[in-house]
Design a protein around this ligand. Structure first.
Ligand SMILES: O=C(O)CCC(=O)C(=O)O
Ligand SMILES: [Fe+2]
Length: 286
């Protein structure tokens, strides 16, 4: 049976990205300090309490999905923009775009009795568009905010499913649980078949889902509303760009008279032509 490759937090982005490229999934154990995880949970608790359960099977009838992490939890920024995860993501998505961006931030809490989520590919959100089979458009991460176990609904993944036909979502017997201690992260790509596990324990399984996509695709969570300019302005520059306050390629995402959104957000004029913008396209390195 296939397994999910596992790495220590000290592993190199190159080694992890290579495994992710090959197998479609990896676990990095104990990457976030548990104190940071607890801080995120403290900051998010009131929002989680106010979040309704899913209204159908895919979102989960005992599952709560609570978003807008950048605006609601300052501690979450350290996970949303974790340097090692961003480095790995850049290696996967880099061949297909000048920039990549945040797709969604979401705490996913699967309550006791929750059924297994239907297996799927995350990139199917793009209207099921048939991207070339070898192309990567999305990198997904789920941080364990509790220990993830077989019993409490650890994310289930089919390793080596990158090129499988869509019908492979029926192969539940091929899934492997992304079991990992609190503070670890499982990373998989938009092509990897996976789904939330059934929670057969009597505790809530808490996970933090952060996905990244090519700069020229549409974001699933609307960051301009979830993290509006007055909030984004208080975030570090590279997080502003990651959230989408930057150009997605030569001309995507400009403001009014062809001004650079990153400059405008930060109170500058931002130029007035694509030519000018082109030389100032923000990258995540800046
Ligand atoms: O909650 C999980 O473990 C996975 C959730 C998931 O794959 C999704 O909602 O797209
Ligand atoms: Fe998913």
């Amino acid at each position: 049976m296939s397994v999910i490759p596992r790495f220590a937090a000290s592993a190199s982005a190159e080694d992890i990205a290579q495994a992710l490229q090959t197998v479609g999934c990896v676990i990095i154990e104990n990457l976030a300090p548990v104190e940071l995880v607890d801080q995120i949970l403290d900051e998010m608790d009131p929002y989680i309490a106010a979040t309704p359960y899913g209204s159908e099977d895919f979102t989960g009838r005992t599952t709560k999905r609570t978003g807008a992490l950048l605006a609601r939890s300052r501690a979450s920024v350290d996970l949303v923009a974790h340097p090692l995860v961003l480095d790995i993501t850049k290696r996967i998505l880099g061949p297909y775009a000048d920039t990549f961006q945040l797709h969604l931030t979401q705490i996913i809490n699967i309550g006791p009795g929750g059924q297994a989520q239907g297996l799927h590919r995350d990139q199917w959100c793009f209207n099921m568009f048939p991207f070339p089979p070898e192309m990567d458009v999305e990198v997904s991460t789920i941080w364990a905010l509790d220990d993830f176990t077989e019993e409490n609904g650890a994310t289930r993944i089919i390793p080596n499913s990158l090129l499988d036909p869509p019908a492979a979502i029926a192969d539940t017997h091929r899934t492997v649980g992304a079991t990992m201690p609190k503070g670890s992260v499982v990373i998989y790509t938009g092509r990897t078949i996976h789904g939330g596990g059934a929670n057969q324990s009597n505790q809530i399984r808490r996970g933090l889902n952060v996905d990244y996509i090519l700069g020229w695709l549409r974001q699933e969570e609307n960051q301009y509303l979830s993290c509006p300019p007055e909030v984004a302005r208080t975030l570090p520059a590279h997080v502003q760009k990651l959230a989408g306050y930057s150009l997605g390629s030569y001309a995507l995402g400009y403001q009014d008279d062809i001004r650079d959104p990153f400059a405008v957000l930060n109170g500058q004029d931002g130029g007035s032509s694509f030519g000018g913008l082109n030389t100032a396209i923000p990258t995540l390195d800046q």
